[in-house]
Design a binder for this molecule. Structure first.
Ligand code: NAP
Length: 431
């Protein structure tokens, strides 16, 4: 049995593991467009959340199992065609995540100093094609649109001091940019109310521990306290926000993080670059944000929209352009082709949720394969010949381990200093 998985992030690794256990003797090739594996664990998870990143060790063990190969720096649509993968493998699983920022769809979105969170996170996490974003952090006021955990990650990292980032693997270029930043006010903008916020209590509570940042919440925007509210997740959030609202005296700190709820973005204004974010005051009704006609503005020299992501496609892959996901029915794309993770369901859920999803897709594949005769497909042999003919510069697991060793050695007390240029990664990998 020849299996290909496109995407070496959490979903791809979990599918590889589940299929490898149930199909002894299967050959599993895991492709990634980057020379480095682990998807969002390396490129998305906040650099100061090192505990979450420990899961990479488990993924490395999966990629090192007998019968499994990692083929890094191989992009489908560039080095190999989707049709070629279908020809070579009995089973193909697309687990490419969600790489593209959703757009706000408001005037001014294309001004300078306006960034999607995907590009911004890729920049500070050292993804090679995000490295040169060089975001403008030269103004006093920065607005982050969205009330999810990504918005909190960005606010927290911008607000941390150099000392508070000492045990993170935030890349050197981002550390330098954060240190030089002039930001005094960070606005977190939610188009709905605190009861509808997507962020989670543990991540919200982290903001309260920042040494140089005051967290400012207008108590008037919070619902009245209810008995037993801390029992449910949204109640816990409101309780934390109420606690922040009681600490207004901290506003003299060097940096302030303001929560603005029920504020829907209408436009970004400025001469050539962002200077102002125009918002509509909303009220929450049955979970919907209803605008009543009142508008207001905040100063915003930089705007980051953290409102979710879309997946990307490659020629031939059935794609649902409205939802921005691979077109699928519970993971089935077309005969022999499946999808798992964020490109299947949309960008929701942390690693354990994607594990559950990946295991369900693996079960579906096993059910479809039951009783099937072995095919004449040649899997990796055909692919290796195609890649060799095209002069592709492939990084295998040993190559990643060399990159890893070089980065850890360069860390000098930090967890690692990431290599952020493609050439440097390939040289370190010996490719
Ligand atoms: P998210 O949790 O889906 O949050 C997106 C936010 O953007 C929501 O508040 C949403 O508001 C808002 N939004 C969407 N469209 C908007 C628009 N046009 N105008 C204004 N606001 C808009 O997405 P995310 O923060 O990107 O996170 C993605 C996933 O990764 C989540 O499952 C998250 O929990 C996970 N994650 C976890 C961690 C962690 O555990 N530490 C860290 C980062 C990410 P509405 O609700 O009104 O649509």
């Amino acid at each position: 049995m020849h299996i290909a998985i496109v995407g070496a992030g959490p979903s791809g690794c979990y599918v590889a593991d589940a299929l490898g256990r149930k199909l002894p003797g299967a050959r599993i090739d895991v492709f990634d467009r980057l020379p480095t594996p682990f998807g969002l664990v390396r490129g998305g998870v906040a650099p100061d959340h090192q505990g979450t990143k420990n899961i990479a060790r488990q993924f490395e063990r999966i990629l090192g199992k007998e019968g499994v190969r990692f083929l890094g720096n191989i992009a489908i649509g560039r080095d190999l065609a989707y049709a070629e993968l279908k020809e070579a493998y009995d089973v193909l699983v697309i687990a490419t995540g969600a790489l593209q920022d959703r757009r706000l769809g408001i005037p001014g979105e294309d001004l300078d100093a306006v960034y999607g969170s995907g590009r911004f996170v890729a920049w500070y996490n050292g993804i090679p094609d995000g490295r040169d974003l060089d975001p403008r952090l030269d103004g006093k006021s920065l607005a982050i649109v969205g009330n999810g955990n990504v918005a909190l990650d960005i606010a927290r990292l911008l607000a941390k001091t150099t000392e508070e980032l000492a045990d993170s693997d935030l890349c050197a270029h981002a550390r330098a940019a954060f240190e030089a930043a002039a930001i005094e006010d960070i606005w977190l903008i939610g188009r709905r109310g605190p009861l509808e916020a997507s962020f989670t209590a543990v991540e919200l509570a982290e903001l309260g521990n920042l040494s140089r940042a005051a967290i400012l919440v207008d108590a008037g925007q919070l619902p009245p306290a209810l008995p037993g509210e801390s029992q449910d997740s949204q109640g816990k959030l409101v309780e934390l926000l109420r606690d922040f609202a009681g600490h207004g005296e901290q506003r003299e700190k060097a940096l302030r993080i303001h929560f603005a709820f029920n504020a829907a973005p209408l436009a970004i204004r400025g001469e050539g670059r962002a200077r102002e974010l125009v918002l509509a005051r909303t009220r929450s009704e049955n979970g919907q944000a209803i605008a009543g006609g009142e508008t207001f503005s905040i100063a915003a020299d930089t705007v980051i929209s953290a409102i979710g992501y879309r997946s990307t496609s490659f020629p031939g892959l059935p794609f649902d352009a409205v939802r921005g996901v691979v077109a699928n029915d519970r993971g089935r794309v077309e005969p022999g082709v499946y999808t798992a993770g964020w490109c299947k369901r949309g960008p929701q859920g942390v690693v354990p949720a994607n594990r559950a999803d990946a295991l369900a897709v693996a079960d579906l594949i096993l059910a479809d394969l039951a009783g099937r005769e072995p095919s004449a497909k040649t899997g990796g042999a055909l692919i290796d010949a195609l890649l060799a003919g095209r002069g592709a510069c492939r990084v295998d697991l040993g190559g990643w381990q060399k990159i890893n060793a070089a980065e850890v050695a360069a860390g000098q007390g930090r967890p690692r200093e990431k290599l952020v240029r493609l050439e440097d990664l390939l040289i370190a990998a010996g490719s």
